[in-house]
Design a protein around this ligand. Structure first.
Ligand code: IPM
Ligand code: MN
Length: 370
C-alpha cells in the first residue's frame, strides 16, 4: 500500500471535531476499499489548543502543518473564549496558519446540487445549475495589515482602527490564480473591490486591469464594486464564473454565496500557497466555509458535507486523486437526491438524519460505487 500522503487533521472547536470525525470514516474507507492510505496525524487548534497549551496554535503544530502534504481543518471559536485577549482567541490559530504558510489563495466554490434547488431561499430558476468560484485573497488586506489598534484619545474617547493594504505583487499573484482557474472553467473573471472609495481598491483595479491586458486576453474579464457584487450575487448569480476579491470582501461574499447553495453546511474551501519551484510542493489547508456553530455542537445536527467536500478538494489539489474525489462528490449527490437531509437543509417530505447517519448513507453509496 502506497503511504506517504501526509495529512494533518486539526478538528478544532464546536462542530469541527464531529464533522472531521465523520470525514475520517471516508479516509478509512479509501484505505480499505481503494488501497489508498494516508499518514494521519492529529493536532489541536483554536480553543482546544488554548485549553491544552494556553495558545491557539503551538509552534509544533505549525511545524506539523508545514511538513504535511495537506491540512484538514475543522472549525475554531466559541462563546467560551469570547473574553480571551485578542492574540489568544481561537481565530488567531487559523489566521496564523494561513499567514505563516502563506496560503494566499482561498478557493470557495459555490455549487448547487440538482437535489438541492429547493433548499435555497432564492427562486429555483435563479440558482439551478449554479457553479461559481469565489477566489478570496487570504493573507493580506485588513486581516493582517498594520497599523491596527484600539487607543485612547486625549478627551478620553477611544479610537479603533485597521488598515487595508495591498501591494502590487499581492494583487498580481491572486489575479494570476483567478485567470488560471477560469481557463479550466468558463473563462470569465470578475475582479471585485471598491475603487470608488478605497485607495487599496484603486490600486487593486489598476493592477488587475494591467494583468488582464497582459495575461488574460483569452478570457472575459470585468471589474465590479463589492456592494454591487453582493447585490448581483442574489439577483443573478449565474452571470459569474470566477470572482476574485480581497480578504474581507471575500469573507463576506462567500457567506452570501453559501446561502445560494442552501446552507453554509454545504460549502468547502481550499487555501493554497504557491508551488515551490524546487520541491514542486504547495502548502495547503482545506476547511469548510462554515464556523464552529456552538449552538448545535455536540447535538449530532451538524452537516458533514462541507467538511467532506473540503477533503475531496484536497484529493484534487494536493494528492492528484481526481477519480476518488469524483467518487466522493457523486456519492454526496446521490445521497442528497435520495432525500436524506441534516437539519440545516431539511425540507418537507425529506428524511431527517443526524450527522453520523448522513455519513452512513454516503459510505453506503460509496460502497455501491466501487
Ligand atoms: C472564514 C471565517 C474566518 C475568517 C474566521 C473564523 C477567522 O469566517 O474562514 O470565512 O474570517 O476568515
Ligand atoms: Mn467567514
Amino acid at each position: 500500500m502506497a503511504s506517504n500522503r501526509k495529512l494533518l487533521v486539526l478538528p478544532g472547536d464546536g462542530i469541527g471535531p464531529e464533522v472531521v470525525g465523520q470525514v475520517l470514516r471516508v479516509v478509512e474507507w479509501l484505505g480499505a476499499k481503494r488501497s489508498l492510505s494516508f499518514d494521519l496525524e492529529e493536532g489541536l487548534v483554536g480553543g482546544a489548543a488554548y485549553d491544552a497549551h494556553g495558545t491557539p496554535l503551538t509552534d509544533e503544530t505549525l511545524a506539523d502543518a508545514i511538513s504535511a502534504d495537506a491540512v484538514l481543518f475543522g472549525s475554531v471559536g466559541g462563546p467560551k473564549y469570547d473574553d480571551l485577549p485578542f492574540e489568544l482567541k481561537p481565530e488567531r490559530g487559523l489566521l496564523r496558519l494561513r499567514k505563516e504558510m502563506d496560503l494566499f489563495a482561498n478557493l470557495r466554490p459555490a455549487m448547487v446540487f440538482d437535489a438541492m434547488v429547493d433548499s435555497s431561499t432564492l427562486k429555483k430558476e435563479v440558482i439551478e445549475g449554479l457553479d461559481i468560484l469565489i477566489l478570496r485573497e487570504l493573507t493580506g488586506g485588513i486581516y493582517f495589515a498594520e497599523p491596527r489598534g484600539i487607543e485612547e484619545l486625549p478627551n478620553g474617547d477611544k479610537k479603533g482602527y485597521d488598515t487595508n493594504l495591498y501591494t502590487t505583487p499581492e494583487i498580481e499573484r491572486i489575479g494570476r490564480v483567478a485567470i488560471d482557474l477560469s481557463r479550466k472553467r468558463r473563462g470569465k473573471v470578475t475582479s471585485v473591490e471598491k475603487a470608488n472609495v478605497m485607495m487599496s481598491g484603486i490600486l487593486w483595479r489598476e493592477v488587475m486591469e494591467n494583468l488582464f491586458k497582459l495575461e488574460g486576453q483569452d478570457i472575459e474579464t470585468e471589474h465590479m464594486y463589492a456592494d454591487n457584487c453582493g447585490m448581483q450575487l442574489v439577483r443573478n448569480p449565474k452571470q459569474f464564473d470566477v470572482i476574485v476579491t480581497d480578504n474581507l470582501f471575500g469573507d463576506m461574499l462567500s457567506d452570501c454565496a453559501a446561502m445560494l447553495t442552501g446552507s453554509l453546511g454545504m460549502l468547502p474551501s481550499a487555501s493554497l500557497g504557491a508551488v515551490d519551484e524546487v520541491t514542486k510542493k504547495r502548502f495547503a489547508l482545506y476547511e469548510p466555509v462554515h464556523g464552529s456553530a456552538p449552538d448545535i455542537a455536540g447535538k449530532k445536527m451538524a452537516n458533514p458535507i462541507a467538511e467532506l467536500l473540503s477533503f475531496s478538494m484536497s484529493l484534487r489539489y494536493s494528492f492528484d486523486m481526481q477519480d476518488d474525489a469524483d467518487l466522493i462528490d457523486n456519492a454526496i449527490q446521490s445521497v442528497l437526491a435520495s432525500g436524506i437531509r441534516t437539519p440545516d437543509i431539511m425540507q418537507t417530505g425529506m428524511t431527517l438524519v443526524s450527522t453520523d447517519v448522513m455519513m452512513d448513507n454516503i459510505l453506503k453509496e460509496l460502497d455501491r460505487s466501487v
